[in-house]
Each structure stands twice: as C-alpha cells, then as structure tokens.
Design a protein around this ligand. Structure first.
Ligand SMILES: Cc1cc2nc3c(=O)[nH]c(=O)nc-3n(C[C@H](O)[C@H](O)[C@H](O)COP(=O)(O)OP(=O)(O)OC[C@H]3O[C@@H](n4cnc5c(N)ncnc54)[C@H](O)[C@@H]3O)c2cc1C
Length: 567
C-alpha cells in the first residue's frame, strides 16, 4: 500500500502576498516613496523566502554554545553560534534592517517615514530570522540612545557607525543588560554599581540575569553610579564593550580580545528563541563608558532605547502573526478534509478569517508606532512624542498577547503536524510567548499606561485620534462609527475617574483591562484611517475588529465569507 505524503506548499512571497502591507506603504510613503522602497523590499522578500529560510532552520537546529576556556585553560567565555545565525546577522546588515532610519539618503528620500520603511523591512525579516530580530531591536535601541545629544561625541563616533553599518564585515549588534535576578520589572532594586576610573571611563560591578544577544560586540548596561542614591530614576546607561574594537576605547586590548571583567556564567535554557544566546553575566570592575552624564538621572535616557525595543517587539508580534496566517492559509489549500480542501471548510475559513482580522489590527498598531517614532526623530514633532508615550506600551502589550493566542491557533491549524518539531511550526508558539514578557510584561506595561494617563495627560492625543476616526468611519459604516464613538466616550469617562484616584486598588486592579480597551479602540481608529484612505481590506477589518474587540461579538460568519479579502 502506498503511503500518503502530504504535499507542502512553497513559501509565500511575504511582500507580494501581503496586500495590507503594500497599501499601508502606498498611503504612508506616497506612490513615489513606495516605488523607491520596492526594490529593497522585494530583495529582502526574495532572501526571506529563499536562503534565509534555510539559515533560520540551521540556526534553530544548532543553538549557541558557551566555550568557557581555551585549550590552555585561559578563561575566554566565548559564545559560538551557527552558520545560520551568522547568515541572519549578515542579512540584517545588508538589508539595512537596523540602519535604514539613520542613513542620510533614506532620510532624504522618506524623511520621517524612513521608520515606516524600516517597519516594513522588519515585518518581512523578523518571522524567520531565528529571532535575530532581537539583536536587531537592541542594536536599533542602542543606536537611538547613542544619537542623543547628551552622549559624548567620541563615544558616538566609535560605536554608532558600527551599529548602523550595512557592511556585514563591519556591522555589530548590541545587548541590553537591565534585568537582575531580584527584579526585572522593578528596576529600582538594581544593584549593579558604577564607579569612575581615573581615565574618565567607568567600572561596573554587579550581576545581570537576562542578557540576550550575549554574542554582541557591546551592551548597554544599567548601573547605579556610586553615591547616587536609591530608586530607579538615578540608574544610568553605560556602554560595555564585549570585545575590543580598533579604537581609542579599546583600552590596550588586541582587536577581538574579550574585554576584562565580564564573565558569562551560563546560557539560559529557554522555552523558545533557542538560536538567540541569552546569558547570565557577571560584571567585576568591567570597563564601561557612560552614555550621557551619569550625575544626571539616567533612566529617562535609557527609555529612548526601551521605546525603540518596545515598538520592535510589536513589529515582531505583528510580523509573526502575518507569516503564521500566510502559512496556515497555504496549508489549508493543500490539506484535504471531509472530501474537500480544508480551505473550503466554512468553519476553518472562519477560524483563519478571525486570525486575519487580528493580524491586520496588530499590523496597524505596530505600523502606527513606527510612524510616530519617525516623526519624533525627524522633526521632533511634539504631538507625535505625546502620542508615542502611550502608543509604545499599548502597541507592545496588545500585540504581544495577540501574537500568543494567534500562534496557538496557527499550530492547531496544522493539526498534529503543527506539534512536530521539524515541521518548524511549534517554534511559532514558543517564540511568541516571549513577546508579552520581555521589555515589560502586560501588567507592567498596563501600569506604565496608567502613569502616562494620570501624570502626563497621555489620554488626550488618543481620545483626539478616536474622535477624528469616528467622523472618518461615518461614511464607511454608521454602526462602526457608533461603536467607536461609544467606546471613546466610555474610555473618556474611565480616564477621568482613574485620574481622580490613580493609586486606588480598584484603579490598579483594572489597569490591564483599561490598557487593552484603549489599545482595541486605537486599533479600530487606525484601521478606519486606512479604510478612509481607500483600502477595502482595512474597511472590512475595521468593522470586524470593532465587532470582535469592542462589542465582543462573534464574527465567524463574516470572517468565513470574506476570507479572501482578509488575507
Ligand atoms: C527570552 C528572554 C530574553 C530576555 N532578554 C533580556 C535582555 O536581553 N535584557 C534584559 O535586561 N532582560 C531580558 N529579559 C528579561 C525580561 O525583560 C524580564 O524577565 C521581564 O522584564 C520581567 O522581569 P522579571 O523576570 O524579573 O519578572 P518580575 O518582574 O518578577 O515579574 C513577575 C510577574 O510579576 C508581575 N509584576 C511585576 N511587577 C508588577 C507590578 N508592579 N504590578 C503587578 N504585577 C507585576 C509581572 O507581570 C509578572 O507576571 C529577557 C527575558 C526573556 C524571557
């Protein structure tokens, strides 16, 4: 008897096959701007569907290892990574996934919207990068921090060009050493101490508990300058070189030699992100240079980096959702059940259509966050800065949760095959689960949103956006407009009442619910804006999103009927 072997669909072109991405770029960049980006995006999409898929599989199959000693017993603490990981690293540099928004020609072409183009690159690159998207995020965060005027020119001149190089032989990434075992969310408990050295550099001593991209050439570490007092505000960001580079900061080491004072205790054995080396690191008088004046409370400076990594997290969530959807849809076309293609089952179509609505919402949230970030960086737009203050945590927390629930459905949509390692599908779920944890858990970000609402009046720009979207929605669908208007009115009332008593246990206990409601309403508004520009898919997604997340209605019937338009 011949054995049935399930045909597997070929990889989907993630750029050509993503109508929402293309129309989003058309709107935000204009036809000429989008035309200028097409070559880059098509090149990256071709790599993603080709060699980078193999590199991704290789990096997943060959996790990093820690080599503590050289053959003669010298402590080296070297992290060896796979060829696939190195290929991902080179591709990230070559395709300017970090660099693009910093490149003068990109800023000349797209202005503030260079961040929109970067988001599109991340959307394509991230899902099958074996989570090299994580070092990419941290390198971008470090580059944004190094770009601040408070940072010493000499330090910037050495490190920034490397972080944003598009030459794989020159480009480096960065780690970000914040979390300590006694508190990741509670940075006020950080105990790493910084002490000035005679030559103007500093020495750091302490223990860092979660250091991803531990193979990176540098890290940004948070430390408490000696004598600066307690709490989190005074923590200052320092640059710790991991390996000597050819520069005045090499402090006498041969290029490539490990910097002294940094001990890699061990690599974490993690649920997912297995190709990504995440280490526990000890600092013993480790050489460091301050990023800004350590005497000036530094947490605000470090937040520049954190905002960037949070919006990258949202991009990773949305990108992963879109890729999972594309694969699940393609699989449903070739898998047969009950006498027909799985993709013709009304029930399965409804499942995929509902996922497509979530993927569209997540994409709009992440995309909006990047658009705002660009306007803050190019032109120092104060309105964008005020909105980004609340959009960054909202986008991160809402997309992180959606990514996990969607990934679980994608695994299920492959049936038993989805649970088998070498199909590559289980990784979707494992890797999604980090998204709501790092750079602020859902609860921690909800409290951040509450602080922004009650101390920084961050509700105002959001409510203004919702009000404008109600007007835009009216010609599209009166029901949609009324739904959004109702949600906005309720949110306005809630913000007024929480601001009156921000510390009450009732307000604190409701912070997550409030943050999610804000994010769902904002997402509706963003989809409405895109629909009002003329995108049919966004118009449908806006209606279904609002019914699903604002009215808590079942959308299966519409999702089934309109699956082809939704994805
Ligand atoms: C794969 C991975 C990679 C990582 N990489 C890095 C890295 O490169 N650099 C780095 O610095 N860190 C990294 N982290 C660490 C991550 O940022 C922290 O784990 C995260 O911030 C949570 O901190 P914690 O682990 O101390 O948990 P805790 O802060 O102890 O949180 C435990 C629980 O308490 C809740 N909680 C905490 N505070 C509050 C509060 N005030 N109110 C209500 N609930 C609260 C949280 O929501 C959570 O559910 C990484 C983590 C993972 C999983």
């Amino acid at each position: 008897m011949s054995r049935f072997v399930q045909p597997v669909p070929p990889p989907v072109d993630p750029y050509a096959g993503d109508g929402l991405l293309r129309s989003w770029l058309e709107r935000h960049l204009g036809p000429a701007g989008h035309a200028a980006a097409k070559g880059r995006l098509a090149d990256l999409a071709a790599d993603v569907a080709g060699p980078l898929r193999a590199a991704h599989a290789d990096a997943e199959a060959h996790p990093p290892t820690l080599v503590r000693y050289d053959p003669w017993g010298a402590r080296v603490d070297r992290i060896d990574t796979s060829a696939g990981w190195q290929e991902q690293r080179a591709a990230a540099a070559r395709h300017a996934v970090v660099a693009l928004p910093y490149l003068p020609d990109a800023r000349g072409t797209w202005g503030a919207a260079a961040r929109v183009v970067q988001h599109a690159l991340l959307h394509l690159y991230g899902p099958e990068s074996a989570t090299f998207s994580c070092p990419v995020a941290m390198a971008d965060g470090a580059a944004a921090l190094l770009s601040l005027p408070e940072v010493d020119n000499g330090v910037r001149d050495v490190w920034l060009p490397r972080l944003i190089s598009t030459d794989p032989a020159v480009a480096i990434t960065s780690g970000q050493w914040m979390t300590e075992s006694q508190g990741g969310s509670d940075l006020g408990r950080s105990s790493t101490i910084g002490r000035p050295a005679v030559d103007g550099s500093w020495r750091l001593t302490g223990e860092k508990w979660f250091c991803s991209a531990a193979d990176a050439a540098m890290a940004v570490a948070l430390a408490r300058p000696e004598g600066s007092g307690r709490g989190s505000r005074v923590l200052a960001p320092f640059l710790v070189p991991r390996y000597a580079v050819d520069s005045p900061l090499a402090h006498g080491l041969a290029p490539g030699a490990p910097a002294p004072g940094v001990t890699v205790h061990r690599l974490k054995d993690k649920l997912g992100t297995r190709a990504l080396p995440t280490a526990e690191i000890g600092l013993h008088d480790a050489y460091a240079v301050p990023l800004g004046d350590p005497a000036v409370p530094g947490l605000v400076r470090a937040m520049t980096l954190v905002v960037v990594t949070r919006v990258h997290n949202a991009a990773a969530a949305a990108g992963g959702m879109r890729r999972g959807l594309a694969y699940a849809r393609a699989y449903a076309d070739v898998r047969h059940v009950a006498g027909g293609a799985l993709s013709s089952s009304p029930l399965h179509r409804a499942t995929l259509g509902t996922l497509a609505v979530d993927a569209a919402g997540a994409f709009a949230l992440a995309g909006h966050a990047f658009a705002l970030l660009g306007r803050v960086e190019v032109g120092a737009d104060p309105e964008a800065a005020a909105e980004l203050r609340i959009v960054a945590p909202l986008a991160k927390l809402a997309t992180g949760r959606l990514a996990v629930s969607s990934a679980s459905e994608y695994v299920e949509s492959f049936g038993g095959a989805g649970y088998v390692e070498d199909t590559g599908v289980p990784r979707l779920l494992r890797d999604a689960q980090v998204l709501p944890i790092w750079e602020g858990t859902t609860n921690v970000l909800s409290l951040d949103v509450l602080r922004a609402l009650t101390r920084e009046d961050a509700g105002a720009p959001l409510l203004a956006r919702l009000a404008a979207a109600v007007d835009l929605a009216r010609p599209l669908s009166p029901v949609l407009a009324d739904t959004l208007a109702g949600a906005a009115a309720q949110l306005g009332d809630t913000i007024t009442s929480v601001t009156a008593d921000p510390g009450s246990p009732t307000v604190l206990a409701g912070a997550r619910g409030l943050a999610l409601r804000l994010a769902y309403a904002l997402t509706t508004a963003l989809l409405v804006e895109h629909a009002a520009w003329g995108d049919e898919q966004a118009a449908l997604a806006a209606r279904l999103w609002a019914r699903r997340w604002l009215r808590h209605e079942e959308i299966a019937e519409d999702a089934h009927h309109h699956l082809d338009l939704l994805c």
